[in-house]
Design a protein around this ligand. Sequence first.
Ligand code: BG6
Length: 480
Amino acid sequence: MAHTIVIFGASGDLTSRKLIPAIYRLFQKKRLPEGTQIVGVSRSAFEHEAWREQLEVTTKKYVGDAFNDSVWGAFREQIFYQPGDIQEESDFHKLADFLKSIEPEGPVERVYYLSTKPQLYEKAIAQLGAAGLNDDSDGDRRVIIEKPFGTDLASAKALNIATHRVFREDQVYRIDHYLGKETVQNLFVLRFANSIFEPLWNRHFIDHVQITVAEEVPVGRRAGYYETAGVLRDMVQNHLLQLMMITAMEPPARFDADLVRDEKVKVLHSVRPKTGGDFASESVRGQYEGYLQEEGVPKNSQTETFTAVKLHVDNWRWQGVPFYLRSGKAMSCRTTQIVIQFKEAPHLLLGSKTRIPTANQLVIQVQPAEGIQLHFQTKVPDTELKTKLSSLDFRFQQDGGQEGMPDSYQRLLLDAMNGDASLFARSDEVELAWGIIDPLLAAWRSPASPPLQVYPQGEWGPQECTQWMTEQGRQWFDVC
Ligand code: BG6
């Protein structure tokens, strides 16, 4: 069946940097349904041809060596531009007419991609409804909503209500690009396609779990947005909680969108509610040195660019196993990793009594060195019984063939076009995630909250965070 992808926010950075390159690559790999058309919508006045030319330059830049002139030549003919203002109802009627004029007779499936400013999502959805663009009597109509989905629980609820006035839940695809990462999907495979890990994946064998998303880059020119978010809203509410859900969830009966999401949601339901007092001892927040000098940052900004939070999942599998979620900007290196820290052997016959270095670790490297390492003790040859930490080391790079790792948006766009919502967040999931984040934000605002710790750029966050972990008899896995 014919497909149309309509991108609102066509002149934005995400469209040129991620969306068009991803659609181009899908076209190149012959994965797009035959005759898929792309229509960009934004306020700027452009002709189709001018937009195509502009996209050619950016796609070349972002796709790199995979760019091919003759493939682009065929692809560009399927790209169109329709000027439109989200505030203007008449522009949506014009869009409806335009879509009819380029789409073939018969049923056509459409995906509306909201990549505008988040403040415009509600309006855009209402306008789609008012112009009848949600009517799916002649082919499916789906809407993809970029993050952030709300800025707190109340706004997320309001956006869900506004969305459901126009689209049924099964038409709504809330995107979290971390779920499109190959290594995140591989976590499902690691856990549920192998029999050796699952028996160990519980409180009997695991001491704690660390999930780190460290970024080397500072906030730079994004301060305008970042000042309204901070790392907790920007990263933890979505990406880190998603990683935690997949690490902690029970196996679903089948890989079906609702069954997968039911299991993920159960994890969030099990997260122990915290009081303001708990947060003082169970979180650290920091700001990198120099953040206050970034363009657009107020000199007294209290926005956190780093946080580490300890969460407890109160269910049978995870009772007593803390999950540490840590993320920050301007850190030592760019790395996303999930560390499953196993318990110490029950009786240490050999070696020192120091807890951490001898216990097994399974390290899932989400990026950039995608892979999995299992650390365990081995004997140092030619010693009596001296031990050392050794590893089994799997790297996707050595395994991935020519194509390498596709960008997340390829997988997610294709899934949305095919009506598979397994890797998208459901309404209850986003609301529960905000329900975990809101009390923490409130606790940080209270005068009793420990102060924001300043950390030098290029480190693993504030010194206080390392100390906090040491006081709990644990140690961060600070390895790039
Ligand atoms: C985005 C955040 O969602 O994720 C950014 O808004 C962050 O602040 C980015 O830099 C990180 O994504 P990735 O895929 O580069 O790890």
